[in-house]
Ligand binder design. Structure first.
Ligand code: PLP
Length: 392
């Protein structure tokens, strides 16, 4: 089945929807049973689609987790209150005191903070690796390496990783691999198909698509699913059924949204590439983006997120530019229908295994669903403001 069709149909089982198109919203802590036997039987079933206790989810939750499992070609999917909870719980499910973790240097900053904070405190050792290391990661593997964590592309610096290459090396050493797949969504890349064990998303971003929900998901293959599910449950992870419903609703329009974000972002990126104030654009579809060849090989498309680097570094001029935008709102997150901008200061301090060689200021944009000419006009005005402040 083609992706568009899958996005429309995934998870729409009669047990979840009744006669409606969408699943019922079943808010529950307690599930009541008609007999001792029914309760015992329900307890013996797997908890991927049988209502048992609220923390394990209701049919609303299952409609989403089953949809994600289908889209990711996974054995199962667990939902969390946010993407960060999905990441930390996945790591905790497969690491113990004395273990070693390999973490990509371009990783989302809160993930780095968790590794250097909580995991370090628990006696879990970590080494960061160059996002462009590919199969060279083999040299970093130690006898106690248990997990390799990937994120591709990095959500600020945008390096694309050789995901199949790293997965192949990890499999040969029996190491569990997990990827933060938030950028791609299952629409553009399905990591389990190239040998990754667990694919994690901040559903807060494109899966929801409307900037009104926090949610996380992790989809696992046969070899890792039971352990991920059990450990996540033991950690008390669960999510609101209203948020599950909203994200499932977002999934239905993912294909058309992604295609439009991708098209618009490419137009804006092309315009920025030729602007005299811009040093270079870091968009995975452009040849100058590190790892571009992996993007072309592995991904079926991009989205609205990319960065550009100005020729100069000047905090005052940068702040004036950021303050001047009208369509590009300043704020964290991305993946909603609206355009966003973020000035990323101190890129050098965000990494440890590699050097950030870029001199000028890095600006990250999320291209929303507005008209691209309005967005280009906004950027043109902002870059003029930047230039004026340099001169002044
Ligand atoms: C936003 C984000 C997260 C964290 O997701 P939350 O839902 O905000 O906790 C993780 N990884 C990436 C790449 C993100 O952009």
């Amino acid at each position: 089945m083609k992706k568009h069709t899958q996005l429309v149909n995934a998870g729409r089982r009669k047990e979840f929807t009744g006669k409606a198109v969408n699943p019922s919203i079943v808010r529950a802590s307690t599930i009541v049973f008609d007999s001792v036997q029914e309760m015992v039987d329900a307890g013996k079933r797997n908890h991927d689609d049988v209502e048992y206790y609220g923390r394990r989810g209701t049919r609303t939750t299952f409609a989403l987790t089953q949809a994600m499992s289908e889209l990711e070609n996974a054995a199962g999917c667990y939902v969390y209150s946010c993407g960060t909870a999905a990441i930390t719980s996945s790591l905790l499910s497969f690491l113990a005191s004395g273990d070693h973790l390999l973490m990509v240097d371009s990783v989302y900053e809160p993930t780095r903070d968790f590794v250097n904070g909580t995991l370090a405190r628990m006696g879990i050792e970590a080494d960061y690796y160059d996002p462009l290391i590919g199969e060279g990661i083999e040299a970093l593997i130690k006898p106690n390496t248990k997990v390799i964590f990937l994120e591709s592309p990095g959500s600020l610096s945008m390096e694309v990783q050789d995901v199949p290459g790293i997965a192949k090396v990890a499999q040969a050493h029996d190491i569990v691999t997990m990827i933060d797949n938030t950028y791609a969504t299952p629409y553009n890349f399905t990591p389990l198909d190239v040998g990754i064990d667990i694919s994690i998303h901040s559903a807060t971003k494109y899966l929801c698509g409307h900037s009104d929900v926090m949610l996380g998901v992790a989809s696992a293959n046969e070899r890792t699913w039971k352990r991920l599910q059990q450990n996540s449950y033991q950690l008390g992870q669960c999510a609101s059924v209203d948020d599950c419903y909203t994200v499932l609703r977002g999934l239905r329009t993912l294909a058309v949204r992604m295609a439009q974000h991708d098209l618009s972002a490419k137009k804006v990126a092309a315009w920025l590439s030729q602007h005299p104030m811009v040093d270079h654009v870091r968009h995975p579809a452009l040849a100058e983006c590190p790892g571009h060849e992996y993007f072309v090989r592995d991904f079926s498309g991009g989205n609205g997120l990319f960065s550009f680097v100005l020729k100069q570094h000047d905090q005052v001029a940068l702040n004036a530019m950021l303050d001047s935008f009208s369509h590009f709102k300043m704020g964290f997150s991305w993946g909603g229908y609206e355009s966003l901008v973020l000035g990323a200061a101190n890129m050098a301090s965000r990494r440890s295994a590699t050097q950030w060689q870029v001199q000028g200021d890095l600006v990250r944009v999320h291209i929303g669903l507005e008209d691209t000419q309005d967005l280009i006009d906004d950027l043109a005005h902002g870059l003029d403001v930047f230039k004026q402040h340099l001169a002044g």
